[in-house]
Write a protein that binds this ligand. Structure first.
Ligand code: PRP
Ligand code: MG
Length: 209
């Protein structure tokens, strides 16, 4: 069997992903939450896990530095990476929304809108589809602040519980799409390491049932 490199996104869904891998019989014994290590091997050394920033997972997989990636659909869409999306792991469920202050930033007022987002590509594509031209302001977090201090008219961001939107007095104007953690595969690896990759995917599929 070929050995596989797996890029796993650090952050909120990492713990649940490790749990799912364990249910699938895949253990990385030296992983623990406080560890600062970035590379781990499973019991039989058939899997090498690299623990990277979520936003970078699609890059590792597209470039073939990792054969498989486990990362949120948000980062896959934003990166527009040329990879195969093979499985929905149904973790980290949330949705992309357009939000702002009501009524000041009503999106139906078709003037030239400024949208702040960690996901400017997704924001552009969404508004393009509707025939609305926008300017984007790329932020790296705390995006909800932008419409409150006049940096943007609206935001495109992720909503999970809705608490951040509520506590900052914003209104959701539109839901763009649902997102969750997905398994992606490098296109060349899928051809050259098909047996190992299919085995890995089937193990995870069984664990999900
Ligand atoms: C994410 C996201 C929203 C919030 C949604 O931000 O960008 O702000 O979580 O979750 P909620 O609907 O449950 O409130 P995160 O906490 O990751 O911080 P950041 O935006 O500053 O990176
Ligand atoms: Mg946030």
């Amino acid at each position: 069997m070929d050995y596989i490199t797996l890029a796993l996104a650090k952050g909120r869904t990492a713990k649940d992903t490790f749990k799912l891998l364990e249910t699938a019989g895949i253990y990385f014994n030296d992983f623990h939450e406080k560890s600062r290590k970035l590379v781990f091997y499973n019991d039989d050394q058939s899997l090498k896990l690299i623990f990277v920033k979520a936003v970078d997972v699609p890059t590792y997989v597209e470039k073939g530095a990792a054969d498989i990636g486990i990362v949120g659909k948000d980062n896959i869409l934003e990166a527009q990476a040329d990879v195969y999306e093979m499985l929905d792991l149904k973790l980290g469920k949330c949705k992309f929304v357009v939000a702002g202050k009501y009524p000041e930033s009503d999106p139906e007022k078709k003037r030239n809108l400024t949208i702040a987002s960690k996901y400017p590509t997704i924001a552009k594509k969404h508004f393009e589809k509707k025939g609305t031209s926008i300017e984007t302001v790329k932020l790296n977090g705390a995006v909800e602040l932008a419409p409150l201090i006049g940096l943007s008219d609206m935001i495109v961001d992720i909503v999970e519980t809705g608490n951040t939107i509520d506590e900052n007095g914003l209104t959701i104007f539109e839901e763009i799409e649902s997102i969750s953690t997905r398994l992606i595969v490098n296109k060349a690896s899928f051809a050259t390491k098909s047996a190992s990759i299919n085995l890995f995917i089937n193990n995870l599929k069984s664990a999900l049932e």
